[in-house]
Design a protein around this ligand. Structure first.
Ligand SMILES: [Zn+2]
Length: 293
């Protein structure tokens, strides 16, 4: 590939080729182990986020609301301006929960149907990218971005802007898949999460840390958590059966696993213990980011 893309986390230009997927070369940074596409999608290749949300996936399962309200409550000590921004709000569940708990909620989203739905519900939302919204410096107490960073052409640019719009002492919270989790260790780039042009990079913890520091964040805590064992099992079943089509739906099974795990307190304890071990070993499939300005 002529002038290939440097690592989106650390800027190193010595990415090792790991293979190809959906007509994109996949590289792994030799310095920080972030996995990324060798080039950015051209206009005709890029993901269409207007067709991303349909009525079916704009609905959110009940247990997610419960989990979101625990999350929002855990951030109540950050309340000063009382303003909360959710980047890439999608179905709007987090905005809804934050509003119910008294926050003055703002949202950013590139998907038009999702923006229309949120506007109909009365939210202050902006259709486009964060830097286009021109919020004042230090406007927000809390900025959240769940499963967004892996989609971006310029993740560093977004983090710089998040830092600018947060008040001093404000919190940035985000989740993103980990390139060093247990599933990518098993499946490599066959992991369904490595999915250009939807996902353009899968960060390592180290890669995330570099970007947050570059953006100016000082107090940073990163955790890895979660694993979806059915994806690994499904992969090997298909591998041995030599089936061409792998129809595994990552989102559905992860909902099912969570619903099952949250159905009793014993199971909840097992899940907490599992996440604790995954975090200790730093092999959870997802990275949770807590960064203060
Ligand atoms: Zn790197």
């Amino acid at each position: 590939m002529e002038n290939f893309r440097p690592c989106p986390s650390c800027g190193a230009k010595n990415g090792k080729i790991r293979g190809a997927k959906n007509n994109f070369q996949i590289r792994e940074c030799s310095k920080c182990l972030t996995i990324f596409t060798g080039h950015l999608p051209r206009l005709d290749e890029s993901e269409n986020y207007d067709s991303y949300y349909t009525e079916a996936n704009l609905k959110v399962p009940e247990f997610i609301y419960k989990r979101l309200s625990d999350l929002v409550e855990s951030f109540s000590s950050y309340r000063q301006t009382n303003r909360w921004l959710d980047i890439g709000f999608g179905a709007g569940a987090l905005m809804q929960v934050a509003a119910e708990l008294g926050w003055d909620v703002y949202g950013i989203e590139v998907s038009k149907p999702a923006v229309e739905q949120a506007k109909n519900l009365g939210f202050k939302v902006f259709h486009g990218e964060l830097h286009e919204a021109n919020y004042e410096d230090g406007f927000f107490d809390v900025v959240t971005a769940s499963e967004i960073l892996e989609h971006l052409y310029e993740p560093q640019k977004l983090l710089n802007e998040v830092h600018r719009v947060l008040r001093p002492g404000g919190l940035f919270w985000a989740t993103t898949p980990s390139s060093r989790g247990i599933t990518p260790r098993f499946l490599g780039i066959d992991w369904t999460v490595v999915s250009p042009p939807e996902h353009l990079q899968i960060f390592s913890k180290r890669g995330v840390l570099i970007m947050l520091k570059n953006a100016g964040f000082t107090k940073i805590r990163l955790q890895t958590h979660g694993v979806n064992p059915f994806e690994i099992i499904n992969y090997f079943q298909h591998y041995f059966l030599l089936k061409k089509e792998n129809n595994f739906d990552r989102v559905i099974t992860s909902y099912q696993i969570n619903e099952r795990l949250e159905s009793s307190s014993m199971k909840k304890a097992v899940k907490r213990a599992l996440n604790y071990v995954l975090d200790l070993a730093q092999i959870g499939d997802s990275i949770k980011i807590y960064a203060c300005k």
